[in-house]
Design a binder for this molecule. Structure first.
Ligand SMILES: O=C(O)COP(=O)(O)O
Ligand SMILES: [Mg+2]
Length: 221
């Protein structure tokens, strides 16, 4: 896909960062406090992508608990996760280098995530992305959550770009739906938490060394 992108927006969890270990740890604390058996990391992986409310609703459903407790447990999860957002989280191979190369080439880089913006920024700082990122829109930034296209469109606007000249990268069907609704070209990564075989992106990015070529930047030199 030779997109000739003028701006690139990334999803965070499952796309730039493997964060399931820290998410699962914060969730386990909250579930134990409520006397509920924690989830395995594999179970948590299946619940990633929908933000903290979706995570807690899914966890309670898996444990056959009613979701009336989900609201306070979600707030408790957000507090616990914000306290330790990047203990075992790691950047995917080549991700930091790819983001830094885009920024060095003058391509504005944004983050559009269903994580809260504060915690997303903490993860970006901890893993070395922050100096290269021009805009961060989280699920609590006032534009709603993906798959609503509004947070992605807001991130693109914050970068001074347009949907037509932007490429979005994600790992989940939520990301594909968001990009389609926003009229933005989308690449899927196969190493995150979604099932890429079920998605219909404009392209699949096997690893981050292929990103300049897929964005039509390699020729730019
Ligand atoms: O908060 C989540 O569930 C995952 O967030 P994401 O949008 O960065 O994948
Ligand atoms: Mg994701």
């Amino acid at each position: 896909m030779n997109a000739g992108a003028r701006a690139v927006v990334f999803d965070l969890d499952g796309t730039l960062v493997d964060s399931v270990a820290d998410v699962a740890a914060a969730l386990a604390t909250v579930l134990r406090e409520a006397g509920i058996h924690p989830l395995s990391e594999a179970e948590v992986r299946g619940l990633m992508g929908h933000g903290a409310p979706g995570l807690l609703r899914g966890a309670l459903r898996l444990r056959c608990c009613d979701s009336t407790e989900a609201a306070w447990m979600t707030r408790r999860f957000l507090d616990r996760y914000a306290a330790a957002p990047a203990v075992r989280s790691t950047a995917y191979p080549g991700a930091v280098e790819a983001v830094a190369a885009l920024a060095a080439a003058g391509i504005p880089v944004g983050i559009c995530t269903n994580k809260t913006a504060w915690t997303a920024r903490a993860v970006l700082r901890a893993l070395g992305f922050a100096p290269h990122v021009g805009a961060v829109v989280g699920g609590d930034s006032g534009h709603g959550m993906k798959p609503d296209p509004a947070p992605l469109l807001a991130c693109i606007a914050d970068l001074g770009a347009t949907p037509e000249d932007t490429v979005y990268l994600g790992d989940h069907h939520v990301d594909i739906a968001t990009a389609r609704a926003a009229g933005v070209r989308v690449l899927a990564v196969p190493f995150g938490y979604g099932d890429v075989a079920m998605l219909e992106p404009d392209g699949i990015l096997a690893d981050y060394t292929a990103l300049p070529g897929m964005l039509g930047l390699a020729e730019a030199g």
